[in-house]
Write a protein that binds this ligand. Structure first.
Ligand SMILES: [Fe+2]
Ligand SMILES: [Fe+2]
Length: 447
């Protein structure tokens, strides 16, 4: 049985899931004029993963992105690679990039694959695509338009699944705010407890200017995008940089801080790569047995990483759909994608999120994260959210891309020696507050 037949049989028999989306996790939590709806959150059933599961997963990822691409201008009638004529007219294929070679002459060679076969794609050094090709990443699925000639495909156009522009702005009827932060890293000796405490005092109305106090009072939603604690054994030499070297104690202290946030504000938490023993994505919500003190706080809502959450669906307002993703995949792109390196790498998290939105995937290259195989790919960005909020980069940035608000949340940790070495420049204590009535964002600095 060949690969395609095997995949088809799996799909037909529905032999998966190894992991399942827990539908009953979709729930609504309503309190005093504010509301949080968990649209999508994931958890796993403990089952052994086999090689075939990955085959099904990668095939399903290809099919899902293909469905997003199929109606884009230029991708109306794609054909299979095996059907390309040896010397033919312009055609469009939907392919996975299996390899990229950049020659010193400036020519770029791509190994393009679909379920029917593979072909070498050539972008000539004089092509207008050379600039765009700086952003191509391994394993991404895209539409490629070009002309076949004797077993090679000369590429004229690249079509990414991208975000469909949405000009319909959604505004709440009343003034209400959401704050976005994360990367607390409680337990690290570079955790900035004083700054975090000041932020929480501001949320309590105890400090700040009159206008900051007004915003704080109207803040009903606080997003914490992972790395709540520093964890144990996460990077080489971490032990020396830990102030608290017990994971339970790290969460107890984190809960002590967060318990002071007024209970009329929801705190929505997803895990990050420092949080739990398992970093394969999607990561289930923080484990209750380890992070128990956080589960004892009534205003904390735990979701997986990534997760889709809707906030403030009240008074006839449909609410905002927010995609939360910690960002473990980001390091790979910042270190490997030429276009992103040129845009500033770790200092341009907004460029990185745009890159992912264009690809409609949170980790298009397999090497960028560990992903557990599912019957469908939970890292695909579908539906298009109103906002994407991410962490991991420790730098706050607010931006827009085709109607999607992008927020890179900041952190509460000074650089560790490990981060220094990897070129990350933390900007701790900066928190964007979004006014849901106007769509405007105010970044407060707690320095
Ligand atoms: Fe972090
Ligand atoms: Fe992280």
């Amino acid at each position: 049985m060949n690969k395609t037949e095997l995949v088809n049989q799996f799909l037909k028999e529905g032999k998966l899931p190894i992991a399942k989306e827990i539908h009953d996790y979709q729930k609504e939590i309503e309190f005093d004029g504010s509301k949080v709806s968990i649209i999508r959150s994931y958890e796993y059933e403990p089952k052994q993963i086999k090689v075939e599961d990955f085959v099904v997963y990668f095939r399903s990822r290809y099919e899902q992105i293909k469905n997003l691409l199929i109606n884009r201008p230029g991708v109306e009638s794609p054909i299979s690679i095996s059907k390309l004529s040896s010397y033919g007219e312009k055609s469009t294929i939907i392919a996975i990039i299996k390899d990229i070679q950049r020659f010193s002459t400036g020519t770029i060679s791509l190994l393009l694959e679909d379920p029917s076969g593979e072909i070498k794609g050539i972008i000539s050094k004089d092509s207008e695509l050379v600039e765009e090709a700086k952003y191509l990443a391994l394993d991404e699925v895209l539409g490629v338009r070009g002309s076949p000639s004797r077993g090679v495909f000369f590429v004229n156009e690249i079509i990414q699944p991208d975000v469909v522009i949405n000009n319909k702005k959604k505004f709440a009827k009343e003034e209400v705010y959401a704050a976005f932060t994360g990367d607390l890293h409680v337990g690290s000796n570079t955790f900035l407890g004083d700054k975090l405490e000041y932020f929480i005092k501001l949320l309590r109305g105890e400090v700040g200017t009159p206008s900051q106090k007004e915003i704080a009072k109207k803040t009903k939603y606080i997003f914490l995008v992972g790395d709540i604690v520093d964890g144990i054994g996460i990077y080489p030499g971490q032990q020396k940089e830990l102030e608290i070297d017990d994971i339970y104690e790290q969460y107890r202290v984190a809960a002590e801080y967060l318990s002071k946030i007024p209970k009329d504000k929801y705190v929505i938490i997803c895990p990050g790569n420092h949080d739990s023993l398992r970093i394969a994505e999607p990561q289930p919500p923080l484990p209750e047995e380890i992070a128990k003190p956080l589960y004892e706080l009534p205003n904390i809502i735990h979701v997986s990483n990534p997760a889709y959450v809707n906030i403030h669906n009240v008074n006839g307002f449909e609410g905002l759909d927010i995609l939360m993703y910690h960002g473990y995949s980001f390091d790979y792109y910042i270190n490997n994608v030429e276009g992103l390196i040129e845009e500033g790498g770790y200092d341009a998290p907004d460029a990185l999120i745009k890159f992912l939105l264009k690809r409609r995937h949170l980790a298009p290259s397999h090497l960028s994260t560990l992903s557990l195989p599912m019957r469908y790919d939970p890292l695909i960005i579908d539906p298009i959210p109103d906002m994407v909020v991410t962490g991991h980069i420790h730098k706050s940035k607010v931006s827009q891309y085709r109607g999607v608000t992008i927020i890179a949340a900041g952190c509460w940790q000074k650089n560790t020696s490990f981060q220094d070495k990897h070129g990350l420049h933390a900007e701790p204590g900066r928190v964007p507050f979004l006014n849901l009535k106007t769509g405007k964002t105010t970044v407060m600095h707690f320095e």
